[in-house]
Write a protein that binds this ligand. Structure first.
Ligand SMILES: *[C@@H]1O[C@H](CO)[C@@H](O)[C@H](O)[C@H]1NC(C)=O
Ligand SMILES: *[C@@H]1O[C@H](CO)[C@@H](O)[C@H](O)[C@H]1NC(C)=O
Length: 261
């Protein structure tokens, strides 16, 4: 799904690291590295032969292990130096603040991770301060026009509140950036997710999808019947999903927010 966006993302890279002998990239919440490696290959194309220093902040040891495996079996990474920090973005932030080692970065990205950050404005402010001249920060998260926004606005208060995950979309984020006086551009990437299975009785994949959409464990069996009925009906409405060729396609549009140094 995200792969589509990366061809139109080349523009983000156009000016990063101009006239530099090394490009420094900081990946916040780099996960298992699939997207990171796509980004790196774009940077390599834009800046052939240049040395890249890619550091990853990722709290999950399991994800880091997968990332390392992926790097080991991918070719053409000779000019890239990798380093991993097993910590959350706020742990990284605290560590850097304590050591007062504020090195600057040419490109920082936060892809689908701000939901897990407690103090988003402080995080934005901190990482923005680490951008070198002409550097950029890329944030990807669900769009304010997506079905997620409507689902969270309408049902958020009736769904289990999870301390670890916040309902935040690009419209919340652009408001925060405006408040902080940080310059950015926001692009929507239209995308859908096939949720047809949710409406097939006894479909296992459908049950998992429903749990994912509502961030509820065993939604089908644990949710109050009235809430369940309302959500299942709404998910098929045009506000939330597109109906096409017998399929129900949830509006999963994402936003790419490009923040300037
Ligand atoms: C998602 O919803 C927005 C706003 O209603 C709409 O403009 C967009 O076309 C929808 N995306 C898809 C893929 O249906
Ligand atoms: C939800 O649970 C009921 C009762 O256990 C079951 O009959 C039904 O098939 C499930 N619905 C879906 C959509 O899986």
């Amino acid at each position: 799904m995200l792969a589509v966006g990366f061809s139109c993302m080349a523009f983000v890279m156009l000016r990063i690291g101009d006239r530099k002998s090394e490009i420094k990239i900081l990946s916040i919440g780099g996960g298992a590295g699939e997207i990171d490696l796509q980004i790196l290959s774009k940077v390599q194309i834009q800046h052939p032969g240049i040395h890249i220093n890619n550091e990853v902040v990722e709290p999950s040891a399991e994800q880091i292990a997968k990332y390392k495996e992926l790097v080991a079996k991918t070719s053409n990474l000779e000019n890239i130096k990798f380093a991993w920090h097993k910590e959350t973005s706020s742990e990284y932030q605290n560590r850097i603040m304590e050591k007062k080692e504020f090195q600057k970065w040419d490109f920082i990205h936060m892809i689908q991770m701000l939901y897990y950050v407690k103090d988003i404005p402080a995080t934005l402010k901190f990482f923005h301060s680490l951008l070198a001249t002409n550097a950029k920060m890329l944030i990807i998260l669900v769009s304010g026009i997506s079905g997620w926004n409507k689902l969270w606005k309408k049902y958020g208060s009736r769904l289990p509140q999870d301390d670890l995950c916040q309902y935040v979309t690009s419209s919340d984020l652009t408001q925060m950036l405006d408040k902080l006086g940080i310059k950015y551009e926001c692009y929507d990437l239209l995308s859908t997710m096939d949720i047809s299975d949710c409406f097939i009785d006894g479909n296992e994949n459908g049950e998992l999808l429903c749990d994912f959409l509502t961030e509820t464990c065993n939604f089908n069996t644990t949710a109050p019947p009235d809430l369940k009925a309302e959500i299942m009906k709404d998910l098929q409405e045009s506000e939330f999903s597109l109906k096409k060729e017998g399929k129900v396609l949830f509006n999963n549009s994402l936003s790419f927010i490009v923040v300037e140094a």
